[in-house]
Design a binder for this molecule. Structure first.
Ligand SMILES: [Zn+2]
Length: 264
């Protein structure tokens, strides 16, 4: 099977990172993944240079939005800056010609009605100028999460479906998050496709923790708790480009690519 398999890398020179791994696909953060400061582009040639150089090298770029973005929350002091940060990252990711911006599903507070969160997702999609596909990613845990369990993902998707830019919202399936979040990996691709109709990207990661543990700790392939055949099966049946967000640098990633290719 000829799927593109890439990795999450440092943003300073993503094209050198791609070359070091022998891949044509990389994902990275634009700035601090834990902060509200806004995106920054550290490539020496700037946004235009990165766009042109990536195109010339035939490297597909994906941007992972900061973890602090939570567009679902009922807390105005988080939701409003989250929306602003989301738009800033959409703009920055579009400026480098990225194929998609990955954002976590977020959560509402412990005692909150999840319905408010689903509707906040719709409002965020309505309010954001989606210049590139926004890929909603499932999460491993979080109290009252929007995208840990399938029933919640279905409700987020329903809510987003009525937004005018719904076709610009896709799905990123993370295998570690699905496993640790308590979703059976032998059916998760079909289960997600039945809801979203699309899987645009797979985050392929082994999990240091047990099924349904709710913990988000990635492991290199074969070093975690996920059965090898199940992990490869998700990648095979999703049929989407793959990003390995596994620990280590180029050597570890190349070993992970080889492990996976052997099983596809
Ligand atoms: Zn991920």
């Amino acid at each position: 099977m000829s799927l593109t398999i890439g990795a999450h890398v440092d943003q300073t020179d993503p094209l050198a990172e791609a070359a070091a791994r022998g891949t044509t696909l990389v994902q990275f953060f634009l700035g601090d993944p834990q902060g509200y400061k806004g995106p920054e582009i550290r490539y020496a040639g700037g946004a235009d240079g990165l766009r042109a150089d990536a195109e010339a090298a035939g490297v597909a770029l994906y941007v992972h939005a900061p973890y602090v973005i939570n567009v679902a929350t009922t807390n105005n002091r988080i939701r409003i800056p989250s929306r602003k940060l989301l738009q800033q990252h959409v703009d920055a990711a579009a400026s480098i010609g990225a194929k998609g911006l990955i954002v976590h599903g977020g959560h509402v507070g412990k005692g909150d009605d999840p319905e408010v969160g689903f509707d906040n997702w719709r409002k965020a999609v309505e309010a954001t100028d989606l210049k590139l596909p926004l890929l909603l990613e499932n999460t491993a845990g979080g109290d009252n999460a929007m995208a840990r369990y399938l029933d919640r993902i279905a409700k987020v998707w329903d809510a987003i479906g009525s937004a005018s830019q719904a076709d610009q919202v896709g799905f990123c399936l993370d295998t570690c998050h699905a496993h640790a979040g308590g979703n059976a990996l032998d059916t998760v691709v079909d289960d997600v496709l039945a809801i979203t109709g699309r899987i645009d990207l797979v985050h392929c990661n082994d999990s240091r923790d047990a099924f349904d543990s709710g913990a988000d700790r990635h492991a290199n392939f074969g070093a975690g708790e996920i059965d090898a055949d199940l992990l490869a099966g998700v990648v095979r049946s999703a049929g989407a480009p793959v990003v390995c967000e596994t620990p280590g640098g180029a050597d570890e990633h190349k070993a992970d690519f080889a492990w996976l290719r052997e099983r596809l």
